[in-house]
Design a protein around this ligand. Structure first.
Ligand SMILES: [Zn+2]
Length: 299
């Protein structure tokens, strides 16, 4: 199962209807908790996400709305007796803040710290790309490698079964049978996470070919001067990322508390989002990854 559970959608300060930022990505057997703002522990209860499901915690940067939930979540993990090790990724310049937050939690979790100071791969299929905010910030992208889907009728026709199929998959050929004869390409899926940033090439890179793209959408288009001053995206800029990158599903979040109705922001994003399906997220919304792209169909 692959789905995004939105735990919170407010930037800077929570509101009566929006918690601070927070997201849980369920990706087959692994769980990623992204940018746990204040109140994330309780939002996980509302969403039915158990702390035992979290294998990896990813911080884009160390502003409070993206990490003040960390001590609560870690404490709760200790209370819940989570035994597996938990990886924590964060920008290297946030080391002091992260260590303080972890210290407040008081231990009891087998936590592995992974600071990163440059773009690149930080775990299997998981990479970070630099964004442009007021402090060091990185977006995340999870990329499933492309694969092949085996076709049972073709396998039966050539008389292959059991371990021979595994060997064919590994070696690309088994006797006279080529892998391409009995399978079709299976495009890997991509999840991309673009938080606090000005427009930049890193955000564009992350959005490229994303099946599910989550972007900050702090300001409406008419407040573009504020967006520029504080290094955030406007709704139109968020939409344009999805449009230019051919992203399929765009989830907008991290709204300024000044907008009581974010439907307007969704419209502004939609106007520039190309064929992407655009939603302004509410707390506790869930988004399934869309069905796989058809092989060779591009976007
Ligand atoms: Zn923020």
């Amino acid at each position: 199962m692959r789905e995004l559970v939105v735990l919170g959608t407010s930037s800077q300060v929570p509101t009566r209807t929006r918690n601070h930022n927070g997201y849980f990505l369920r990706w087959d057997g692994q769980g990623l908790l992204l940018d746990p703002g204040e109140g994330t522990q309780r939002q996980m209860i509302h969403a039915g996400v158990a702390t035992s499901k979290v294998d990896r915690i990813c911080l884009t940067h160390v502003h409070g709305d993206h990490c003040f939930g960390l001590p609560g979540v870690l404490s709760r993990m200790a209370v819940d007796g989570v035994e597996h090790h938990v990886h924590l990724h964060y920008p290297a310049s946030g080391e002091e803040v992260v260590r303080a937050l972890v210290a407040v939690a008081g231990g009891g979790v087998d936590l592995r710290l992974h600071p990163h100071g440059a773009a690149g791969q930080v775990a299997d299929d998981l990479e970070v790309v630099a964004l442009e905010h007021r402090v060091e910030t990185y977006g995340y992208r999870l990329t499933e490698p492309d694969g092949q889907t085996m076709l049972p009728d073709r396998l039966a026709a050539v008389g292959l079964s059991g371990p021979d199929v595994g060997r064919l998959q590994r070696e690309g050929r088994f006797g006279d049978v080529r892998l391409a004869d009995v399978s079709v390409p299976r495009p890997g899926q991509r999840f991309a996470f673009v938080m606090d940033t000005a427009q930049c090439s890193g955000a564009e890179e992350l959005a490229q070919d994303a099946d599910l793209l989550v972007t900050e959408c702090t300001f409406a288009d008419e407040d573009h001067e504020l967006a520029t001053a504080y290094r955030h995206l406007t709704a139109g800029q968020a939409g344009a990322l999805a449009g230019a990158g051919g992203a399929r599903t765009l989830v907008l979040t991290h709204f300024s508390s000044r907008y009581p109705d974010v439907a307007v922001l969704a419209d502004q994003a939609r106007a520039r989002a190309g064929t992407a399906e655009v939603t302004a997220a509410a707390d506790l919304d869930r988004f399934a990854l869309p069905p796989r792209r058809r092989p060779g169909a591009g976007s």
